[in-house]
Write a protein that binds this ligand. Structure first.
Ligand code: SF4
Length: 91
């Protein structure tokens, strides 16, 4: 069976888009970059697998499954009480 990563919407995107770096950048620039990454995730057919993988492997950086690291930590803390929903389309 083909790995879920083969169907990722970000396969041909610039990886840096999903890993905003705070150095030498303003908050506004970072927020715009996060929005652009989330827009890609919003049309990704494997976003739930991506998000599950990121939570299970405790990815501390980057946008995975349409969520930032802090959003994933919040989701993981809330456990099964939080229903995972498709990320909103930020486009
Ligand atoms: S949800 Fe986002 S980061 Fe994850 S595979 Fe899809 S496009 Fe890439």
């Amino acid at each position: 069976m083909e790995p879920w990563t083969h169907r990722a919407a970000c396969r041909d995107a610039d990886p840096d888009l999903f890993f905003p770096i705070t150095e030498d950048r303003t908050r506004r620039t970072i927020a715009a970059q996060v929005d652009r990454a989330k827009a890609v995730c919003a049309r990704c057919p494997v976003w739930s697998q991506c998000l599950s993988y990121a939570i299970e492997t405790r990815q501390d950086h980057g946008i995975w499954g349409g969520l930032t690291a802090s959003e994933r930590r919040r989701l993981a803390r809330n456990g099964t009480e939080t229903r995972i929903q498709r990320p909103p389309d930020a486009a």
